[in-house]
Design a protein around this ligand. Structure first.
Ligand SMILES: NC(=O)c1ccc[n+]([C@@H]2O[C@H](COP(=O)([O-])OP(=O)(O)OC[C@H]3O[C@@H](n4cnc5c(N)ncnc54)[C@H](OP(=O)(O)O)[C@@H]3O)[C@@H](O)[C@H]2O)c1
Length: 306
């Protein structure tokens, strides 16, 4: 598995991370097989959140890893905090610390390799975040810190208060959800794509050595469904299929190759719970699309080049 360097840490991690949001959708045996197969293929980076399955996904992962006797040092465990579903976002020191302690209990580990603040909290007090990070780092409970779904100024606000570098920003990104790219093409135009929905976060992350982690790489909209094999995206599927044939891989691999081809050296966070699909996706990490192929996929998703 191809590696990328996580933010400014100098630590190499797999370019494909395994998202665990849907881990409660398969049974215990399948879960163990899935985790083992991911690790055997070099995908030892697992992305969690305190809220996935209301905490159940972390619990099930902890149990599976225990039964598999997988050594902790062979795994990179990331979790997120800050969402109280349907109620509020909470970046208070108390919430961050309690959330991490809950994740550690459920994952049956003494530390997280990284912790992301899941979604921006309007009532953020950056000093509280700084104090929480400081305690968690000092107690050895978290190695690295980052954010998710944040634009540059929100990152600046936190970066100005915390001592630790912010190493990742987890953002939705795929050929169909590519406004991070469109805004960079359609500069100063009156087109929809010209609208910066993220404050030009992609360039910001590149400039500041923050890894963009691409979530929901196969979903369109906000969890509206999978675009692969979907008649709503006929041209995109045709082009991806054609390029897949050239490289002798499945469509899912071409999407992975498209995300990883971007020179920001993104990390892709997959959500499949299917062993076979995960292996097919992994093949994308070995493919370097040509510039023309990358643009062809972008255009086939319905975006424009001015
Ligand atoms: N930071 C955030 O706000 C945020 C938000 C959402 C997600 N995430 C993270 O990102 C991870 C990935 O999100 P996601 O699960 O929405 O990602 P995804 O990889 O886009 O979607 C995976 C889902 O699509 C299904 N699927 C059906 N056909 C597929 C096909 N041809 N190719 C690929 N998948 C197909 C998969 O089913 P099978 O299992 O049967 O393959 C699975 O249920 C999550 O696990 C989580 O860790 C973060």
């Amino acid at each position: 598995m191809k590696n990328i360097v996580l933010g400014s840490t100098g630590v190499k991690v797999p370019a494909i991370a395994v998202g665990c949001m849907r881990l409660n959708g398969i049974d215990a045996q399948a879960r163990k097989r899935f985790i083992m197969s991911a690790v055997e293929q070099g995908m030892y980076f697992f992305d969690h959140a305190d809220i996935y399955g209301g905490g159940i996904c972390e619990t099930l992962f902890g149990e599976a890893v225990g039964e598999l006797s997988l050594p902790r040092e062979k795994l990179f465990l990331q979790s997120k905090c800050g969402i109280v579903p349907g109620v509020m976002f909470d970046f208070s020191e108390k919430h961050i610390i309690e959330s991490v302690e809950g994740s550690l209990r459920r994952l049956k580990t003494d530390h997280l390799d990284s912790l992301l603040l899941h979604r921006p909290d309007a009532l953020i007090e950056p000093e509280e975040v700084a104090s929480a990070f400081e305690k968690l780092e000092k107690e050895g409970k978290v190695r690295f810190f980052g954010v998710s779904n944040m634009h540059p100024m929100q990152i600046e606000l936190i970066a100005g208060a915390v001592k630790q570098p912010l190493v990742a920003d987890q953002l939705q990104f795929s050929p169909t959800n590519a406004s991070m790219i469109s805004a960079g093409f359609e500069v100063n135009m009156l087109t929809d794509g010209a609208v910066s929905r993220d404050g030009y976060v992609l360039d910001y992350c590149r400039l500041h050595h923050i890894t963009v982690q691409a979530w929901s790489p196969y979903q369109y909209g906000f969890f509206e469904g999978v675009y692969l094999g979907n008649p709503k995206f006929e041209e995109l599927n045709r082009v991806i299929g054609e390029i897949g044939e050239k490289y002798g891989v499945e469509d899912v691999a071409i999407v992975a190759a498209w995300i990883l081809r971007h020179p920001a050296h993104m990390q892709m966070v997959t959500g499949t719970m299917n062993e076979k699909r995960l292996s097919a996706i992994a093949k994308g990490a070995d493919i370097t699309l040509t510039r023309e192929e990358w643009y062809k996929i972008y255009l086939a998703a319905g975006h424009i080049l001015p």
